[in-house]
Design a protein around this ligand. Structure first.
Ligand SMILES: [Zn+2]
Length: 237
């Protein structure tokens, strides 16, 4: 189990003092991390672990381990493996992560423009998508783009809110995403609140103010099956 530093501050780019807890075939486990593991549709972080001898262990991907809050840092091929107990400094590829944060937060906003159950989603550094259970005739790229950008222009601050599993069970309307149930088992669930726009369970990384998204473009709308009408977006700039 790792202390997830990105959960309280998604803007941390570097940190020192992480201890190697285990080195597995699947990756390196640390007692604390900045690296977001792939989940909730958002791709895992990349970056580097810095050894005291100056060596850089390039991290090509980050994945969840089996236990709650366990994180595997996946080294690029041919990278040295650290020793258990070794202290490392951490550094994420911030430019890439910040694009993921902007696109991720943009999907929250867009999910309030297209009012339909969400059946899937994905966030990559260059584009992001949501799949909706909706009739194709109700999806218009120009309208979605304009209305999403109008909401982004409100420039509101985002907030993180924690509720208990029981409180979430009492408010099933909060769960828009049918394919991704919020992580349970820890007794509490993290919500992202965009005041006046959106409130839903989410463990991902978001921008502090939606103005940081800067605006989006709808790049594609297509049918991926009866319950998967896919809306794909990119950052406007
Ligand atoms: Zn989110």
């Amino acid at each position: 189990m790792s202390e997830l530093l990105f959960r309280d501050d998604a803007y941390l780019r570097a940190a020192g003092g992480a201890r190697v807890v285990a080195v597995h075939e699947r990756g390196i486990e640390l007692d604390r991390t900045l690296f977001y593991p792939q989940g909730g549709g958002q791709m895992g972080d990349t970056g580097a672990l810095l050894r005291e001898n100056g060596q850089r262990i390039v991290i090509a991907d980050t994945r969840k381990g089996d236990a709650i809050d366990s994180v595997f840092h996946v080294p690029a091929p041919e990278m040295p493996r650290p020793e258990v107990g070794e202290m490392l400094a951490l550094e994420i590829d911030w430019e890439r992560r910040y694009r993921l944060m902007r696109l991720h937060t943009a999907l929250h906003v867009m999910s309030c423009v297209v009012v339909a159950p969400v059946t899937g989603g994905n966030i990559a550094p260059d584009k992001a998508r949501l799949d909706f259970d909706i009739d194709m005739s109700l999806l218009n790229a120009e309208t979605i783009e304009r209305e999403t950008n109008q909401l982004i222009a409100r420039a509101v601050e985002t907030e993180t809110v924690w509720i208990t599993d029981a409180e979430l069970d009492a408010r099933p309307e909060l769960v828009k995403t049918m394919s991704v149930q919020p992580p349970r088992g820890a007794g509490r669930v993290r919500l992202l609140k965009i005041p006046g726009i959106d409130l839903q369970p989410c463990g991902g990384t978001h921008v502090r103010n939606i103005s940081e998204i800067g605006g989006i473009r709808v790049i594609k709308i297509r049918s991926e099956g009866r319950r998967n009408r896919r809306v794909e977006i990119a950052l406007a700039a």
